[in-house]
Design a protein around this ligand. Sequence first.
Ligand code: SF4
Length: 342
Amino acid sequence: MTAAAVAPLLEWYEAEKRDLPWRHTRDPYRIWVSEVMLQQTRVEAVRGYYARFLEALPDVRALAAAEETVYLKLWEGLGYYSRARNLHRAAVVVCEEFGGRFPEDHKALLSLPGIGDYTAGAVASIAFGARVPAVDGNVLRVVTRLLNDGRPITDPKVKADLRGKVAGIVPADAPGAFNQALMELGATVCVPNGAPRCGSCPLMHLCEGYHLGTAAGLPVKAAKKPRRIEPRTVFLLRCGGKAALRRRPPKGLLGGLWELPSADGELSPAQAGALLAEWGLQTGQLLSLRPAKHIFSHVEWHMTGYYADCAAPAEGFAWAAPEQLREEYALPSAFRPFLSVL
Ligand code: SF4
């Protein structure tokens, strides 16, 4: 990467950057929360979550002291729940080992649970002015296009090499603005899935991908394995106006989170009835619910749904009133389509 990119990039960022809530602070806690929320989630979707999370848990001590039910509820619908659990674990470490102050050093930040190279770089540069890069997918796209680099960014060696190229030009006097500017360019101008908006790009004069006409095909990624399709059967079971919930097994997909009771496979009404009896539930007639799909990163659930009224609340389930479902229990969005009948 050429250092000639720095000045036009910073100038463009100053003039064009979006007004986002986490850009008004240098508080490492707030920056960290925003960066973790923004992983695999759109900016517009994050805004509301960010405001609610910080209102309830305004600093790292509040997060460290929070119950799991509280921070998972605040995370409900954002997905990738391990991010929320790691956020909490890291907050505990910051309080117990660093006296409640975020470590400023990039290496120490990397030692916190759930903080990878990108997040450590973002927090260190934006909150503390450290001269380190923060290379996410947006930045990799911009850099491969600028350099017309056709190597696969899915290869960790290629990624490390590109990170090194960015590191070489991070300006000492504005590392946070520089990192954010590269990300912003990737998010708003050098966009994925189609033609980049080169006509609006402050780096067009330096961009090999633009001059060679290769930009839209970059970056190159190794082919992904197709997602595994998993059929499931989900039950909306009601007793006295309350719905049955159950904890998922601690390991695996949505580990330890609440779910509507569910089972592997697409069960016929007869099989579903037999399973409910096995669970100790006496139910009235089973009604079919509209099937639903949910896409995770490596798996797709294709879900069959049944509704049943139960004669009595059986053991092994939590029974939640509608307001408890709204306010207390964090239910992953995979199950939400089946709640619409309530
Ligand atoms: Fe991306 Fe086009 Fe700018 Fe190159 S000129 S960095 S391809 S937007």
